[in-house]
Design a protein around this ligand. Structure first.
Ligand code: FE
Length: 354
């Protein structure tokens, strides 16, 4: 049985956290009872999020507006949040853990900080390959990690597949982000799942041999290098391309959807998503919020917020995103990307991909 009130737990966490801010934390004057129950008489929900404040706050505000249920959150990088959930254990005030990349969600599950949830609504709203087979996490938005290229220097037919970027014809023409980023670990995990380790390693070695420069620290730098003429193609998440395109509609860059056609296995997609924490004392409230985030209304908001694809197939992407064209996505279950992540890290290391 829990002895601390929800507010006490939050304050405890906030004081332990030091540098972290618990956004929208209850004011000190509020009594514990007041803080625990909202105007609707329902308990507040506490979210730990590695998604940035500006990407999540509008959703929580809307949810509070509609339901009267307060949502409090902290943001930090995923690794410290997972460590924190582990360290807090039963005392944790968190109800929901939210992050990007199936690799991170898989890790949270493996570290035992999530719990399985049964929800017909969630399983009906989110396609099977975008959620954990044991229902410990669910995708909420989809991003594709695809090829971006110079419209000035890459000719029709030069691009075909991820594997094709390992071809000698790309020598000195490829830019990549660092292998330390989970996005690339999930991408290579997908290649392992698709082709097996031996062939995946050959592909990654081919990429490394074709690099025009040391790997970059982020996707935007990869695209800027292509614009600057340092290289001709790279691999990026679609929303980073969208942001750059918004700033400069004349950008001499375009997205290419690899591995289409009969034999192709599709474009590597990944998610941002969430799960209910193992020690949540408000599973009912947390589940309602997750179901709302997967609903058509919230998915519509998501589509507009960060130029991602809605995870709920009933909702269309925004016109800007739709303008990039339709593609077939790899339908491998994303939990596989997590499972194969350690192998992917090892493989990239062996291939000299830094
Ligand atoms: Fe990102």
């Amino acid at each position: 049985m829990k002895t601390l009130s929800h507010l006490q737990k939050i304050l405890l966490t906030a004081s332990v956290a030091g540098a972290l801010t618990l956004t929208a934390c209850s004011s000190d004057e509020k009594s514990a009872t007041e803080a625990k129950k909202t105007s609707a008489g329902e308990k507040e929900i506490v979210v730990y999020s590695s998604r940035k404040e500006h990407l999540i706050k509008p959703f929580f505000e809307k949810y509070t507006q509609e339901t009267g249920v307060e949502v409090k959150f902290i943001t930090d990088k995923e690794a410290p949040l997972i460590s924190r959930l582990k360290a807090e254990g039963k005392r944790s005030p968190a109800d929901i853990f939210m992050t990007v990349d199936a690799g991170n969600l898989w890790l949270a599950k493996k570290e035992g900080v999530l719990q399985p949830i049964q929800s017909d609504l969630l399983t009906a709203s989110i396609p099977e390959n975008l959620r954990d087979p044991d229902n410990q996490w669910f995708g909420l938005t989809v991003r594709a990690r695809t090829i971006v290229y110079s419209t000035e220097r890459v000719k029709n037919g030069e691009l075909v597949s991820y594997e094709g970027l390992a071809d000698q014809s790309w020598k000195g023409r490829l830019c990549l982000r660092t292998s330390k980023k989970v996005y690339n670990q999930s991408l290579v995990a997908m290649l392992i799942g698709r082709y097996g380790e031996e062939k995946a390693q050959q592909i990654v070695e081919g990429w490394v041999a074709n690099l025009a420069s040391d790997p970059f620290s982020n996707d935007t730098k990869v695209m800027n290098a292509i614009v600057a003429g340092q290289c001709d193609a790279g691999i990026v998440n679609t929303y980073y391309f969208g942001r750059l395109q918004k700033e400069n509609p004349q950008l001499p860059l375009a997205l290419f959807w690899p591995d289409q056609g009969e034999a192709g296995k599709g474009v590597h997609v990944n998610i941002s998503g969430a799960g209910i924490t193992k020690h949540s004392d408000n599973v009912v409230g947390a589940l309602k919020l997750l179901e709302w985030l997967a609903s058509e209304q919230a998915q519509q908001m998501y589509a507009g917020e960060n130029m991602e694809y809605p995870a709920n197939p009933k909702v269309q992407p925004t016109p800007e995103v739709a303008a990039w064209g339709e593609f077939r996505a790899d339908d491998m279950n994303l939990s596989k990307a997590g499972e194969l992540q350690p192998a992917a890290v090892q493989l990239m290391d062996k291939a000299g991909y830094n």
